[in-house]
Each structure stands twice: as C-alpha cells, then as structure tokens.
Design a protein around this ligand. Structure first.
Ligand code: URA
Length: 199
C-alpha cells in the first residue's frame, strides 16, 4: 500500500447531475483502490428515490459486475426490500461508502473513505432521499462520525442533514449471524412505516 495520502475532492465541486457524476466516478483514480478494482460500483436505482441504502463497499461479485449488492449479501438485501418493505428494488437507490472493492474485502481505510465519500454526499444531495438506511457499522460511522456500535444504535430514527437516518445490521453480518435477523426485521418494519409517512 502506498503510504502517500490519497487525493481529495470537495463535494461542492462535483456536478449536480447523476449521470455527469457517474462519468467522473467511473474514471476516479483518487486512491489506491483504483489500482486493484475491476469495475467502479457507482450505485444504482431510482434517481428520485425516497429511500436510499448505503453499504460499505463492493465485494467480489460487485467488482466483477459494476453493480451494488448483487452477491450473497445483495440477494439478502433484495429480499429484505421486496419481501418486507414490499417495494421493488428498482424503486430505491443503493450506494456504498467506497465505490471500489477493497482487496480481500477488508474494511476501507479512513484515507480511502475520505477520498470517496464526497461522491456519496453528492449522490445524496442529487437523489434527495427522505430516508437513508446505513447498512452496518462502517456505513453508519462514516456517514455520521459517531462511533456508537451498530448493535446499540440500530433501528433508531436519527436526523441526518434534515433527512431520517436509520442504521441497521449489514446483510453480510446477518448471513453470518442469522439470529440477528429478527432485529433487522423490526428495523425494516420501522422503515416501512416511515416510508408510508413520507410517500
Ligand atoms: N457489501 C456492501 O457493503 N456493498 C455492496 O455493494 C456489496 C456487499
């Protein structure tokens, strides 16, 4: 790993148009993850979604395909959206804290996150969702700078830049800890109720 800090870009210098932003992100070389990625995973979904999910970063299948949450964890997320929220996956917007796969699925470094997160903040500004779901502790911590463990904060309705932020367990964690699915289900019911209120 190159010890030199990655380059940074300010959110307010990025375009206010999702397609124009995507073009920039697909060519990004601000950090070292660009050297090992196969594809940039910009995110996908309804550009006017009321609900946005934010994961941690692409895994192997996402890196291969350029699409977010399409591996095993993604299949679980899709079921959570379609079977519990009872909406189509294409109705929501799905993004990640970092857009390129960290090698061996390690947690992205603070430096990589600092380079990449302005893209997410711009996506949030453009899509303008009423509700954001932070999937897992990495997502929650980097969105809010709050280090409270996900097990303590999950399911709470928080204010985030005038939007509602709800942290919940990451689907990969649920695959490893199926006994936690009950709590995640409760969080989804909270999200479903809120979605009804804002629709
Ligand atoms: N895990 C994530 O956090 N994001 C993805 O896109 C896939 C798996």
């Amino acid at each position: 790993m190159n010890p030199i800090e990655s380059k940074k870009i300010a959110t307010d210098t990025l375009p206010d148009d999702l397609e124009a932003l995507k073009k920039i992100v697909l060519q990004c070389h601000l950090c070292n993850l660009a050297k090992t990625r196969k594809n940039v995973v910009f995110g996908e979904g309804n550009p006017e979604a009321k609900l946005m999910f934010v994961g941690e970063g692409p895994g192997a299948t996402e890196d291969e395909t350029g699409r977010p949450f399409v591996g095993r964890a993604g299949q679980l997320l899709t079921k959570m959206i379609e079977n519990v929220l009872e909406i189509r996956r294409s109705e929501v917007f799905i993004a990640n804290i970092v857009k390129c796969r960290p090698p061996n699925n390690r947690v992205p470094t603070p430096d990589e996150v600092a380079s990449c997160i302005p893209y997410l903040f711009k996506q949030i500004e453009i899509v303008n969702p009423k509700i954001i779901v932070a999937l897992g502790s990495t997502s929650y911590r980097h969105l809010t700078n709050d280090k409270t463990p996900i097990s303590k904060i999950r399911g709470k309705k928080l204010n985030f830049q005038g939007r509602i932020l709800i942290p919940t367990f990451h689907p990969s964690f649920l695959l490893r800890n199926p006994s936690k699915k009950k709590e995640a289900y409760e969080d989804l019911l909270t999200i479903k109720e809120l979605l009804c209120e804002v629709s």
